[in-house]
Write a protein that binds this ligand. Structure first.
Ligand SMILES: [Zn+2]
Length: 177
């Protein structure tokens, strides 16, 4: 709470009691900076709003009462706007992160699909090359003809043998099954 005399916000409560309205708690405070005393009223929003509107806008309402209601309402709107603004920013941040994640996921999927397609194409090339050599072909020749690296050729040959599409005539020498 800000001291009305010096503006500092360090104080101690010297007295606390239920106010006459039966809803707000009245607190006497003493400023720790200037020792000035002032009074605050505290209530929950749920209790205070209908109370303010009821008591201050009915019969016998003074302009001061109405100003108090207006000031309370605008303060509430200000606080709510701030909170809503914060909430919007947080949601925007989350949405941006999710969108970025989606993009990354799509990129990964495209990359994986490209790799699969490339792998199928290479396997097909190796199989066709082996099929063209009716008396079989050595691994080293396969590497020369396809220009794929040896490791890749070994993997493909292993897979093709497993699928029963080619067979080994002797070590490192393959023919159509
Ligand atoms: Zn003070």
């Amino acid at each position: 709470m800000e001291c009305p005399q010096c503006g500092k916000s360090h104080d101690r409560v010297i007295d606390s009691r239920l106010a006459r309205d039966g809803i707000t708690v009245r607190r006497r405070r003493q400023c720790l900076a200037c020792s000035g005393r002032f009074t605050t009223y505290e209530a929950t929003e749920e209790q205070l709003l209908p109370f303010l509107i009821g008591k201050n806008t009915g019969q016998g309402a003074t302009t001061a009462n109405l100003r108090a209601v207006l000031s309370f309402l605008s303060e509430t709107v200000r606080i709510l706007s701030k909170e809503t603004e914060r909430l919007i920013k947080r949601i925007e941040k989350t949405e941006k992160a999710q969108a970025a994640e989606q993009l990354q996921k799509k990129a990964r999927q495209r990359k994986a699909a490209r790799r699969r397609a490339q792998s199928l194409m290479m396997t097909d090339t190796v199989l066709r090359t082996i099929n063209r050599h009716r008396r079989g072909i050595a691994i080293s020749r396969l590497t020369d003809k396809t220009r794929f690296d040896a490791k890749r050729i070994h993997t493909i040959v292993f897979e093709l043998r497993k699928q029963g599409k080619i067979k080994s005539l002797r070590r490192g020498f393959y023919v159509k099954a």
